[in-house]
Write a protein that binds this ligand. Sequence first.
Ligand code: BTN
Length: 271
Amino acid sequence: MNPAHSPCQIDPARLTRLLGPAQSRFTIEALRECSSTSTLLLERSRQGATSGALLVADRQTAGRGRRGRSWRSSPEASLTFSLAWRFSSDIARLAGLSLAVGVAVARSLEACGVAGVGLKWPNDILLNGGKVGGILIELETVPGGMLAVIGIGLNLQMPAVAAEELQEFLHRPAALAQALSAAPDRHRLLAQLLLDLAAVLDDFSAGGFSAVRNEWQARHVWQDRQVRLLNDGQLDRQGICLGADADGALLLLTSSGVERCLCGDLSLRVA
Ligand code: BTN
């Protein structure tokens, strides 16, 4: 069916009901199709979009991943949305935000009955070692603080990926359907995600990444393992991964001692 003529699969009224008392914290907009929920929400944030603005789309025609990669979505196979959230702190205090968001997503998936969820620095959601979702955080300066546009994409079903494309992935793709007996209800999953995001973002606002650091480390798939850190595909550093510090920087025990690696164009691979 032409997406222009089909109803959006997310019903804002049903989602609002599922949010219960927390519904007042969100303004929900559901689209059949858009270029990218994050691109659109960023544009709106420059025009004054408020904290709690949610944009969910069945299909993105130009979905964006980290490092300029594209991100695919389709109504049957994925859940893609972006959430605007305001922080009164400056940009330096938001360094660990993508890790904190990872904790919220992991909590939600587990609450929906998904076992085997893991987190990989800085912002991959893994399911039994395969990539089931990703997080893209973009920041705008606003009067009195920062507005984060938090973009999240989850594979509900296995995405169709050509063999040659697989080579550029650090992880094989995974899908929530692999860990559940029935396809997840997108409304329930999204409501759970919003509730967990609100709780984690409140804690993050009050205490920074430290507030959820232990939880992150407990789910960190390469904690205490020998890893290589790659930058643009080239070996940058290697050592034992000690997890993340209170600012969300990766800690690596190398031959020169403990080194801090900040979020950036870095990739991590088991050595
Ligand atoms: C990654 O590269 O792992 C991050 C992927 C983030 C994808 C989500 S889907 C919703 C939002 N809109 C986008 O264009 N990207 C993010």
